[in-house]
Design a binder for this molecule. Structure first.
Ligand SMILES: [Zn+2]
Ligand SMILES: [Zn+2]
Length: 117
């Protein structure tokens, strides 16, 4: 794949999000890419509530104030090189792509306000 196409997908200041957070009542739940292991997590950009699956109606898998360690490797999801995932990365992650295709969550794109952007 040409790198220019990757870069276009990688627009800074944008985030892919899949819904709004019921924990804090206002944050967008974005798709966060771990900069170390490449795993994706669903993280509220306001309160840091984190889900490792698409069941966003349930309690978060993790909820630490001002911290969001990657569930797979422990690297901070807020510190570089962790970033918001691109649309291509979202659909490359099997469980998340299936949840979107099945209508469990709806993928939208918006402006990123979370830390690290
Ligand atoms: Zn929240
Ligand atoms: Zn990781």
């Amino acid at each position: 794949m040409a790198s220019s196409e990757n870069r276009r997908d990688d627009s800074p200041g944008r985030m892919q999000y899949v819904g709004f957070c019921r924990v804090c009542g206002g944050g967008a739940i974005g798709v966060r890419l771990c900069g170390r292991c490449g795993d994706l997590s669903l993280v509220c950009d306001e309160c840091g509530a984190l889900w490792t699956d698409a069941r966003l109606g349930g309690p978060p898998s993790m909820h630490l104030v001002d911290e969001a360690p990657c569930p797979s490797c422990g690297h901070s999801l807020w510190e570089a090189p962790s970033r918001w995932a691109t649309r291509g990365q979202v659909f490359a992650m099997g469980w998340l792509a299936r949840a979107i295709e099945d209508g469990v969550v709806t993928l939208r794109e918006g402006a990123a306000f979370g830390p690290g952007e």
